[in-house]
Design a protein around this ligand. Structure first.
Ligand code: IPM
Ligand code: MN
Length: 363
């Protein structure tokens, strides 16, 4: 197939990890006869520095003309400590989500048996962790109006607002995912306090009737935060609103102990974006030390979700798994003989090609 991919490498370690994902995609092109046209565009602090806007119109245009977006990371500490900074990289991220309609953030969390010892939790607790969080991404308290300060500045307010249709469209994706996985969906909310949460519960209850094969349960967010640590294996698909999702996905991301391994997708009606969840990690930017596996696995998610290339996606995932088994690991995953970012990327690309050649010969 031919597809156009917008490549937004962004800030910090974004560029170097995305370069490794591109190596994997080139290997897939070569082995499976596909052709991906890459369109690079600026985003984040890099875009502010270059043109004063973290999500410039040119970048938006390139995204809209593409079939999918591969995203590195945004964020630079020089903007975090400056309360007077007029534009922040994060504003670009929120604007990008809203204008491109990326309403469903999907974060799978799965432990790798070779890496169980990396988890801050007891290995037996995380061994069977295999769940996915569907976080609503373009509404709720992140975007609700009105928001602001009272005239004298002594009060501030935000609005958490949800419409039924916003809940229904992400619920549909989450129920469908549950149908393909463990047939269980947990809505995480705060329905004992919030009106929006009660609307979520009511709506999910209605949607559940269309999916009789799926067990639906409801959990308050404070309890969910606890259960994620106590018994992560109990979850299959977690569905939640924007702010709760922000918090529990960070919590969920450390359960398996390998933040550098976790990919994500932000799905829209027409266009979707794929990014590693680890962020810009400026401390090691440009040092060939970052783990590129999350970015590589994000490229695999892109092949699957946006292009329906599940065999190719599986091939990338298998290659990453082989790398782990062979101990080709960056410093976050091993104390001895750590490899650099680009060595891991080269190894994944090599393994993709090798397994495809072996496959071809045996046919
Ligand atoms: C995330 C981030 C963003 C969010 C920030 C950077 C605005 O924490 O993608 O989870 O809160 O959504
Ligand atoms: Mn977050």
């Amino acid at each position: 197939m031919n597809a156009t991919i917008a490549v937004l490498k962004g800030d910090g370690i974004g560029p170097e990890v995305i370069d490794q994902a591109l190596k994997a995609l080139h290997a897939v092109e070569e082995c499976f006869g596909h052709s991906f046209t890459l369109q690079e565009a600026l985003t984040g602090a890099t875009a502010i520095d270059a043109i004063g806007d973290p999500f410039p119109p040119q970048t938006e245009q390139i995204c809209l003309e593409s079939d999918a977006i591969l995203f590195g990371a945004i964020g630079d500490p020089k903007y975090d400590n400056d309360p007077k900074a007029k534009v922040r990289p994060e504003q670009g991220l929120l604007r990008m989500r809203k204008t491109l309609g990326l309403f469903a953030n999907v974060r799978p969390v799965k432990s790798y048996k070779q890496l169980l010892h990396m988890s801050p939790l007891k290995p037996e607790r995380v061994a069977n962790a295999d769940f996915v969080v569907f976080r609503e991404l373009t509404s709720g308290i992140y975007f609700g109006e009105p928001r602001g300060r009272s005239e004298d500045g002594s009060k501030a307010y935000d609005t958490c607002l949800y419409s039924k249709s916003e809940i229904e469209r992400i619920a549909k994706l989450a129920f469908q995912a549950a149908g393909l996985r463990g047939k269980k969906l947990t809505l995480v909310d705060k329905a004992n306090v919030l009106a929006t949460s009660r609307l979520w519960r009511e709506t999910i209850n209605e949607c559940a009737r269309d999916y009789p094969g799926i067990t639906t349960d409801y959990m308050f967010v404070d309890n969910a935060a606890m259960q994620l640590i106590q018994n992560p294996g109990r979850f299959d698909v977690i569905l939640t609103e924007n702010m709760f999702g922000d918090i529990i996905t960070d919590e969920a991301s450390v359960i398996t102990g390998s933040l550098g391994m976790l990919p994500s997708a932000s799905l829209g009606e027409k266009l979707s974006l794929f990014e590693p969840i680890h962020g810009s990690y400026p401390e090691v930017a440009g040092m060939n030390r970052a783990n590129p596996m999350a970015a590589i696995l994000s490229a695999a998610m892109m092949l699957e979700y946006s292009f329906n290339l599940s065999q190719e996606a599986a091939c990338i995932r298998d290659a990453v798994e082989t790398c782990i088994t062979e101990g080709i690991l960056t410093e976050d995953l091993t104390d001895s003989n750590a490899k650099g970012t680009s060595e891991v990327g080269d190894a994944v690309a090599r393994i993709i090609k090798e397994t495809q050649q072996v496959g071809a010969k045996s046919e």
